[in-house]
Design a protein around this ligand. Sequence first.
Ligand code: FAD
Length: 357
Amino acid sequence: MTTSMRAAIEAFGSANIPIAQPDDDNYRDYEKLVVTSNLLFRFTRPLCVVQPESTAHVQFVVRQVKQRGLQLTIRCGGHSYAGFSTAIESNTVLMNLRKMNKVKLDVPADTVTIEAGCQWGEVYRTLINGNHDGLIINGGRCPYVGVGGFILGAGLGPFTRTFGMGSDTLQEATLVTAQGDSIKVKRSDRVTSDKGRLFWALQGAGQANFGVVTQMKLKIQHLNSKSGRVVGGRFQWFPGQDNLRELQDTMNDFYRVDWPTEITIDSTWICDLREKTGDGVRFTVYYDGSKEDYDKLIDKYIKHRDVNKQLKRRALEEPSTRFLYETLEAQWFDESKKFLAENKTYRLFASFTFNRE
Ligand SMILES: Cc1cc2nc3c(=O)[nH]c(=O)nc-3n(C[C@H](O)[C@H](O)[C@H](O)COP(=O)(O)OP(=O)(O)OC[C@H]3O[C@@H](n4cnc5c(N)ncnc54)[C@H](O)[C@@H]3O)c2cc1C
């Protein structure tokens, strides 16, 4: 370990900022802070993981790192495909923001203020606590994705077709610059001003590029569905090894439909040589409306008898808060368990699986 790294670690300790190191007695805490789903990066071992609890802590860390000529990597939910939240160089301090996870919902103002270390599940929880059916926070499908990387990289949510990207809901961001200053930028900032330009950049190009974001204020969205209920569903279709043509024709028809924006159906193609049933497609459904209206849409647009029947049978209407907090998580586990549970040589990494056989 270099003298600079040692001095920085001592400074973090004297400022009471929690840190974790690879040779800690409670090494499991360290492992949790550095773990990554991408097996390519599984043995990166930062010498210091710092866990700020406030914007002031973040400022202190940034100044120390700058003053001592070290590098800094920022991590929120740790879901970067490319390992951008992984500290690869030995002179890098990994800043894990997960201790900054407070969420404040302001229903009259239609906003939610989120500390930048939250995962989406923690944010959705505030809606179910207040039974706020009909309100949507335009976040991720996986409850463990971090708000930091998601919003700063734009972000696609279950109702993005109606409400736009996650970053379209950003109203304000507090960030710590490379000089260690804390600044707030807002949607209302003049677009040609420095602050206005910075705000613009944080809506999709801001992952670790312009500073450490410590807090964000997002606009809450209102569902079209007056009852505050939505439809969620999931169905896997394997037409059989000899019916590839049927699969292709059905999917070509599916992709040609000009679906209304209230509905999103994700389609994941499953090409697994171990499947005796051949190739298939997994449909994941989100609909802002009643089951009755959803069924009508499926009848109107899906002509294949079996797909039509199953898309209706495997979808349920429920309050939007339950959908966000519970069903999204269940859908996600269903989607990933095949890879995570059955075969330890694979980890599901969004649409990629890495094989080390
Ligand atoms: C299982 C899985 C499910 C996913 N589901 C969706 C989905 O439904 N919709 C979608 O759009 N995307 C999805 N993604 C992609 C995901 O949104 C991006 O990978 C996103 O960058 C992850 O954010 P994070 O905070 O979890 O990641 P991290 O790996 O912690 O961070 C990603 C990048 O953002 C930077 N960063 C994080 N927080 C901050 C901050 N506070 N200040 C400055 N920089 C910061 C990091 O340094 C890094 O460069 C998914 C990814 C996975 C692996």
